[in-house]
Write a protein that binds this ligand. Structure first.
Ligand SMILES: O=C(CO)COP(=O)(O)O
Length: 248
């Protein structure tokens, strides 16, 4: 039985004040939740949020990391540094990083390996664009992204989380229907079986893309949807908690 996981990807949002308020709002309501809850602020707020999560059942994640471990890499943050300040998770391969910052499948693969090496759980994001879906290439694209990210990692499959985020559903208000999402999640699980027969059933596959309190229950009731990666709605305490409750 997979425990549900709901992660809030705060993206490039938040001031010192708003991040403190959001964190304490989530922590105060999270104690009753029977799901793994993860908050992913920007790098410079990680330390502050980490301190606020001590003695709570909420865990910390980063939105990206370097594939490099240390050295002359100006502006980078290594997975070991994230682990040291309290991160357990790191989002990798988000479509915004792929499309806006030119991250390739090879970059994602190197980051996944580095994250696992530092003891972090990578949340590996995959998803097709609208054009790719309309060309009936959604499964082909998702399979290629997934196999590249997991290349050589069959022994580590039990230590990763996958997030299916159709690019056309991110921040658009358009959500995949529960049936569309379940169909892709079942396909992803079949691809994971090719990576490791033994561990594919252990992997939590999150759905992301315009998840809201109104659509969360229908999505999370699907057999292969094990929680969500939440953008906009994770910036409002009540909406985020309602989504976490729907996953519980
Ligand atoms: O990109 C997302 C989470 O990583 C989804 O964002 P929205 O929930 O705002 O659509």
């Amino acid at each position: 039985m997979r425990k549900s996981l709901v992660a809030g990807n705060w993206k490039l949002n938040g001031s010192v004040e708003s991040v403190q308020a959001l964190t304490s709002g989530v922590v105060s309501q999270a104690s009753e939740l029977d799901v793994d809850v993860v908050l992913c602020p920007v790098f410079i707020h990680l330390d502050r949020v980490s301190a606020a999560l001590v003695n709570s059942n909420v865990t910390l994640g980063a939105q990206n990391c370097s594939a490099e471990l240390e050295g002359a890499y100006t502006g980078e943050v290594s997975p070991g540094m994230l682990q040291e300040i309290g991160c357990r998770y790191v989002i990798l391969g988000h479509s915004e990083r792929r499309s806006l910052f030119s991250e390739t499948d090879q970059d994602v693969s190197a980051k996944v390996k580095a994250a696992l090496g530092a003891g972090l759980v990578p949340i590996i994001c995959v998803g097709e664009t609208l054009e790719e879906r309309e060309q009936s290439r959604a499964e082909e694209i998702v399979e290629a992204q997934l196999l590249a990210a997991l290349d050589g990692l069959s022994k580590d499959l039990g230590s990763v989380v996958v997030a299916y985020e159709p690019v056309w559903a991110i921040g658009t208000g358009l959500t995949a229907t529960p049936e569309q999402a379940q169909s892709m999640h079942a396909f992803i699980r079949a691809v994971l079986t090719k990576v490791s027969q033994d561990d594919s059933e252990k992997v939590r596959i999150l759905y992301g893309g315009s998840v809201k309190p109104e659509n969360a229950s229908d999505l999370f009731s699907q057999a292969d949807i094990d929680g969500g990666l939440i953008g906009g709605a994770s910036l409002k305490v009540d909406d985020f908690i309602a989504i976490c409750k729907a996953a519980g």
